[in-house]
Design a protein around this ligand. Structure first.
Ligand SMILES: NC(=O)c1ccc[n+]([C@@H]2O[C@H](COP(=O)([O-])OP(=O)(O)OC[C@H]3O[C@@H](n4cnc5c(N)ncnc54)[C@H](O)[C@@H]3O)[C@@H](O)[C@H]2O)c1
Length: 251
């Protein structure tokens, strides 16, 4: 495939490395600060099959508008614009492109979400088992809890009827049975650990995902761009993962 990288920061560079491994050609690295092209043009778009974007939230809407105008399918890893998702969907569905977005492109993280959902369903009929979680990330991470932790906590709420609310702050009271505590740790260089703990008087079950580096996120974006080729419409990374799992009859 011929790929345009939009946003040549940390993730853009990871995408470049994965594209090289998978024998895709990079048409351009579009970035006003450090790219080999300051902006996406029709001339560049005409040479490419897909754009893979990891840039800034402020530019996400202008970018999706440009993809629709230039008829360039795109995978968008940029986060921070989801309050405008309906506007994005309207633009894309009125055009002829495929557009796929996601806040976490790690395939392993998505498989972990499925495992957590199943584990939560299994303990739902057993009030003897409580459930909780924590996440740990490096000292440069700006937000807490991680978006992934919130996704996991919501999966648990959807599947364990006795859990009604998520507590992400420190717990300064005896925890209520209806509260799900999901704590955050910050420090060191940890790329990302998310752990769900299921606990009874008799035993403990742990389900855990540990990212080794950012390469897994870039790989997911590149695999999603391969899947998106020849598709039209507005997609989420879940659409790609679920289709793969259906194909292997795993869900
Ligand atoms: N979806 C995921 O799995 C995932 C994973 C990691 C990061 N992210 C998100 O991806 C985005 C980028 O993350 P990063 O760590 O690479 O950040 P970064 O700061 O290292 O890189 C962002 C780059 O985008 C460039 N840029 C700014 N405006 C642009 C524009 N209009 N067109 C093209 N490039 C532009 C900047 O110059 C910078 O080089 C963030 O929104 C982050 O939250 C998503």
């Amino acid at each position: 495939m011929k790929v345009i990288i939009v946003g040549y920061g940390r993730m853009g560079k990871e995408v470049e490395a994965i594209c090289a491994q998978r024998k895709h050609t990079i048409v351009a690295k579009v970035d006003p600060v450090c790219g080999d092209a300051p902006a996406l043009t029709k001339e560049l778009a005409d040479q490419a099959d897909v754009a893979i974007e990891f840039a800034l939230p402020e530019s996400a809407y202008d970018n999706v508008k440009l993809y629709t105008e230039l008829d360039l399918p795109a995978v968008c890893g940029t986060t921070g614009w989801y309050d405008r998702v309906d506007e994005f969907r309207n633009l894309v569905t009125q055009s002829s492109i495929g557009y796929l977005y996601g806040s976490n492109f790690s395939i392993g993280a998505h498989l972990f979400f499925k495992l957590v959902a199943r584990a939560a369903q299994l303990i739902n009929p057993f009030p003897e088992y409580d459930i909780m979680g924590f996440e740990a990330h490096h000292n440069r991470k700006k937000d807490s809890p991680s978006g992934t932790a919130l996704s996991i906590a919501n999966i648990i709420l959807e599947n364990v009827e006795r859990k009604k609310t998520i507590l992400t702050d420190k717990c300064d009271h005896s925890i209520n049975e209806s509260e799900l505590h999901f704590a955050s740790l910050r420090g060191g260089h940890i790329p990302g650990i998310h752990k769900v703990i299921i606990d009874s008087e008799a035993d403990t079950i742990e389900v855990s995902h540990s990212a080794r580096n950012r390469g897994g996120l870039a790989l997911g974006a590149v695999l999603a761009s391969e899947w998106l080729k020849d598709k039209k419409g507005f997609f989420n990374i879940d659409d790609f993962i679920s289709e793969r799992l259906k194909y292997t009859q795993m869900i």
